[in-house]
Design a protein around this ligand. Sequence first.
Ligand SMILES: Nc1nc2c(ncn2[C@@H]2O[C@H](COP(=O)(O)OP(=O)(O)OP(=O)(O)O)[C@@H](O)[C@H]2O)c(=O)[nH]1
Ligand SMILES: [Mg+2]
Length: 166
Amino acid sequence: MRKILLVGRSGAGKTTLTQALKGEKLCYHKTQYVHFRGALIDTPGEYVETKRLGYALALYAYEADVVGLLLASTEPFSLYPPNITCMVNREIVGIVTKTDDPSGDAQRAAQWLRLSGCGKIFFVSSVTGEGIPEIFEYLREPGDRLPWDSRTKRTKSTKNNEKKQK
Ligand SMILES: Nc1nc2c(ncn2[C@@H]2O[C@H](COP(=O)(O)OP(=O)(O)OP(=O)(O)O)[C@@H](O)[C@H]2O)c(=O)[nH]1
Ligand SMILES: [Mg+2]
């Protein structure tokens, strides 16, 4: 898996997304420090909310292959300036979170992320699982096996067995 650095304001859903990607029980936990979890690098929201700390994110981007800019569908404004993506030399994708929240506006959040320079945008809900497979596929490297690969294989072999039995 390629490594992804998750950034976004406090409450954007970064930690919850890491839990959803790892298939863990969703449980609120305030991020206090930059947290390396295998291919996932979770950051505290204060890093994008504080100019002084914001520069550190550009440095942490060197630890990753991809930077994910998170923006919840419910956020009333965007913290990201236009074309912020030129600050780092890594691929940057936009991730609209909390798409399950009826009070949110996912398209508005996506528009703000595009304005910031994100080309690819993922629409994700850590609660329903929407968009999680798409993120996995995006981060997949040759040789990586994802849970649905083995499911597909099982299905094919099951079909072959069924044919043989007939
Ligand atoms: N409805 C809904 N709520 C979510 C989703 N993702 C996160 N939340 C909620 O949003 C709140 C904040 O989520 P966190 O994942 O802790 O946010 P964070 O970006 O890690 O915040 P910091 O650690 O402070 O930077 C929690 O109460 C989550 O349950 C989602 O996809 N849908
Ligand atoms: Mg967190």
